[in-house]
Design a protein around this ligand. Structure first.
Ligand code: 13P
Length: 248
């Protein structure tokens, strides 16, 4: 599977106009052969627009969704299934983001969402991360291992992990290189335990990445990709991050 190196998670931001401008600028500024490594995840209401623009402009950017529903065939008002996302050209979906765990109280449903995505052949970016009190009380490893446990028994072929410490999201306070390396190493070991096959599941880092820290983060051992929120909203900044990271 061609996993992305850079993921733009727009969260609940944007408009049709901004999506169009962003895609045109990103298509222009990100080197063509690196576009296949960049995944754009707009709000679900703009995925259709984005999909059409990507094919019309002959862009190679990948398209992803920020959420998926747990059921693929059920009477579910407001539901968005994996086959619908696939139909629009989405090849990835983000599951387990801390903002959904906290604001939508997602917990047990996460495993259903994982199964739903994988059964629709949508690749999953599964997010894990500790909050500041878990970090301060030395419980980061415990939290990560607990969040990874839902992956047991799943097919690892279509999985990517994103480590996003909650205290680093949108705070301007990114985790240090050493800290990221240590947590990613815990994730790698735990994935081997859980999935009992020699899978090389990529692990992305997310949390206050910008043009000033991306080089250090992307060079960090066990960092295979970057999940970017705020700094992905402007195409110029995202493209700059792409140019810095494409050398690593
Ligand atoms: P920021 O890059 O704004 O810290 O957001 C990270 C994130 O949550 C991406 O999913």
């Amino acid at each position: 599977m061609n996993f992305p190196k850079l993921i733009a998670n727009w969260k609940m931001n944007g408009s049709s106009k901004l999506v169009k401008e962003w895609l045109e600028e990103a298509q222009d500024k990100i080197p063509k052969d690196y576009q296949t490594k960049c995944l754009f995840c707009p709000p679900v209401c703009y995925i259709s627009d984005a999909s059409k623009l990507i094919s019309r402009t002959d862009s190679d950017l990948l398209l992803g969704a920020q959420d998926i529903d747990a059921h693929s065939s059920k009477s579910l008002t407001g539901g968005i299934s994996g086959s619908m996302l696939s139909d629009l050209g989405c090849t990835f979906v983000i599951i387990g983001h801390s903002e959904r765990r906290i604001n939508f109280k997602e917990k047990e449903i996460i495993i259903e969402k994982l199964k739903s995505a994988l059964s629709s052949n949508i690749n999953v970016i599964y997010c894990v991360g500790e909050d500041s009190s878990e970090k301060e009380s030395g419980n980061t490893t415990k939290k990560i291992i607990d969040q990874l446990s839902v992956l047991k028994g799943l097919n690892p072929k279509n999985l990517m992990i994103a480590y996003e410490p909650i205290w680093a999201i949108g705070t301007g306070n990114n985790a240090s290189s050493e800290y990221i390396r240590d947590v990613h190493s815990v994730i790698k070991n735990e994935l081997e335990n859980l999935l009992s096959s020699n899978t090389d599941i990529p692990i992305a880092y997310g949390g206050s990445i910008d043009t000033s820290n991306v080089e250090t983060i992307v060079k960090t051992q066990y960092v295979d990709g970057l999940l970017i929120g705020g700094a992905s909203l402007k195409a110029a900044e995202f493209s700059e991050i792409a140019k810095i990271s494409l050398n690593f």
